[in-house]
Write a protein that binds this ligand. Structure first.
Ligand SMILES: Cc1cc2nc3c(=O)[nH]c(=O)nc-3n(C[C@H](O)[C@H](O)[C@H](O)COP(=O)(O)OP(=O)(O)OC[C@H]3O[C@@H](n4cnc5c(N)ncnc54)[C@H](O)[C@@H]3O)c2cc1C
Ligand code: SF4
Length: 334
């Protein structure tokens, strides 16, 4: 049985109190929301920290509000609530779908959007017990000096596996953080860096309060695709969002956001394809574009080249759904 290590749990009732606690204990502190990622990582010794500050009772972190221009979603909003919310389902269907594909009903009831955005990276060599990792001599993320995924590599390339991140980036979400130095806003796309040991650009003394997502224009369509071995309780092995900005007949812009590769999602912009008709050839072109530019690593289970080809399939499916083509048997052209 894996035991929790000792730590001090703080349960502030106000945002000011929470910010003061984070400032007082940084860097030996973490925010805890649902705990569905943090608690297992504490048990595995993957995360070591003396203080946890709970986000549960902070009013500003809860709830979803809609204005004429955007949706604001509190960081402590539960994944189940997010997936079921009528406004989210109507305006940001790809985000609602992504949330609904996370883990299991129990975990979606505990887990939150903020915890999902800040989800620790995953790797077949780190999501193990401390004893297992030590037997291998550790790695760059766990008291070692080498990476087993990229031998000789200088950085940790563990994968970002958070389901909500690709659609949040595709929708142009802005994250709002607070700390004792004030409020900071940043696009969710800019929150990630190529360092799997600490990939989220949210400082230990910062609290993610909410994300704001602009209501998409009428011609904008976004789809999320996740491939995992099982339909539930499974992290994505391929995770991507496709955004098509259209004038109804042709593409005017958009993006493909591919995650579950390394610590940072890859964003491919589609402006140079502006003017292309919304047809099968577009689905093929976008799949090929991602194939040429995104290279999965053997950091999470399944053959990396297979995941690359699977990514192409999922992109083509996403595009077909978005432009109203029927699904048909898929032939890889790689
Ligand atoms: C069996 C199992 C299956 C899973 N399957 C999936 C899956 O398919 N897809 C997926 O994406 N995830 C999956 N997860 C991971 C996890 O359940 C979700 O990512 C969930 O959204 C995490 O949210 P949480 O509130 O529980 O985060 P926590 O565990 O509370 O926190 C996670 C991280 O976020 C930080 N954090 C939390 N809230 C804030 C905040 N407001 N401000 C700053 N930092 C914050 C914490 O400090 C911590 O580093 C799975 C977990 C388990 C145990
Ligand atoms: S990618 Fe390399 S350094 Fe990072 S957790 Fe995996 S084995 Fe360790």
């Amino acid at each position: 049985m894996l035991r929790l290590p000792p730590f001090v749990l703080h349960q502030p009732a106000t945002l000011a109190e929470a910010i003061a606690l984070l400032a007082q204990h940084a860097p030996d502190v973490r925010v805890i929301s649902g705990g569905t990622d943090l608690v297992p990582n504490l048990k595995l010794g993957q995360t070591k920290v003396g203080h946890l500050v709970s986000a549960r009772f902070l009013e500003e972190l809860h709830g979803i509000t809609r204005t004429a221009t955007h949706l604001r979603i509190g960081a402590a909003t539960g994944l189940h609530a997010l997936a079921q919310d009528e406004d989210v389902r109507e305006v940001l269907p790809a985000l609602a779908y992504a949330a609904s594909r996370i883990a299991s009903p129990q975990i979606r009831n505990m887990g939150t959007l903020g915890g999902n955005i800040s989800l620790d990276t995953r790797c077949r060599y780190i999501n193990q017990t401390e004893l297992w990792r030590e037997a291998l001599g550790g790695c760059l993320k766990s008291h070692g000096t080498e990476c087993h995924v990229v031998p000789g590599g200088q950085g940790c390339v563990a994968a970002l596996s958070a389901d909500t991140v690709p659609p949040l980036i595709a929708y142009g979400a802005i994250a709002e953080m607070v700390s004792d130095t004030g409020v900071r806003r940043a696009p969710v796309a800019d929150l990630f860096q190529q360092d799997g040991t600490w990939h989220v650009r949210i400082a230990r003394e910062e609290l993610l309060v909410a994300v704001e997502i602009p209501i998409p224009a009428p011609g904008t369509r976004v789809a999320y695709r996740k491939w995992s071995v099982r339909q539930s309780i499974d992290f994505p092995l391929v995770s991507l969002a496709v955004r098509l900005d259209t004038d109804g007949a042709a593409l005017v812009g958009g993006s493909i956001v591919v995650s579950a590769l390394g610590p940072r999602p890859r964003v491919l912009t589609l402006e140079r394809l502006a003017g292309r008709p919304l047809d099968e050839a577009l689905a093929q072109a976008l799949g090929q574009m991602a194939y040429d530019r995104a290279r999965p690593l053997p950091n999470i289970p399944y053959d990396a080249e297979y995941r690359r080809e699977r990514m192409v399939i999922e992109i083509r499916r996403a595009v077909r759904v978005l432009i109203g083509l029927p699904e048909k048997p898929l032939m890889l052209q790689t």
